[in-house]
Design a protein around this ligand. Structure first.
Ligand SMILES: [Mg+2]
Length: 196
């Protein structure tokens, strides 16, 4: 009996399992801040993002959100609001991530900004459907993103080109927010290493 194919199969399945566990930890926000996917997970992420599963997962989440929205008695005074994130929520940056080995390459701000400036990110279909559904129900829509204020015009163009419209406000990150965040992180660092 040739043992090599069996060993390869076991290796492949354990790599898949460990990548699934990693994804679970990311989804539940236990993984914390991370900048690269695990080296063994490039194929796993590629298959997940390009296969049916990502679409199904998005569909289920959007379906549940829509079902909840339908239970809300929208008053019509504009105070019932839905807040949407943009990247990997309203827009998919899959074409960009395909160029950086699905996140195996460390995040690069310059190449990311170039991609954002193209304004060519496709809509995530489940999110576009949900967006239109809650809009139809009468919710006020806010878009909240980690993109910077300087990217407002290209972000608006991208959103409109793929079918999003009539949001109440698009809230982007100001440069000052970044300074404040770095200052806060510095304080945490100082506390951790000088007081503990
Ligand atoms: Mg996002």
């Amino acid at each position: 009996m040739d043992i090599l194919p069996i060993c390869l199969q076991i290796l492949a399945s354990s790599a898949k399992n460990s990548c699934e566990s990693w994804r679970f930890s990311v989804e539940t926000n236990d993984a914390g801040v991370w900048t690269q996917i695990p080296a063994t997970c490039e194929n796993y992420v590629k298959k997940y993002m390009n296969g049916h599963r990502y679409r199904y997962d998005s569909d289920v989440v959007a379906f549940d959100a829509s079902a909840f929205a339908e239970t809300v008695n929208v008053s019509g005074d504009g105070m019932d609001a839905c807040v949407f994130d943009i990247d990997e929520t309203l827009l998919s940056n899959l074409p960009y991530y395909a160029t950086v080995r699905y996140g195996l390459e460390e995040f690069n701000q310059t190449s990311w900004d170039k991609w954002v400036d193209l304004a060519e990110a496709p809509a995530l279909p489940a999110s576009l459907k949900l967006y239109k559904e809650v809009q139809q129900l009468g919710f006020t829509l806010f878009l909240l993103t980690g993109r910077e204020e300087s990217q407002r015009n290209v972000t608006m163009k991208n959103l409109k080109d793929v079918g999003y419209s009539n949001w109440e406000r698009l809230i982007l990150r100001y440069a000052e927010n970044l300074i404040m965040r770095n200052y806060f992180l510095l304080l945490l660092f100082y506390k951790k290493y000088y007081y503990l």
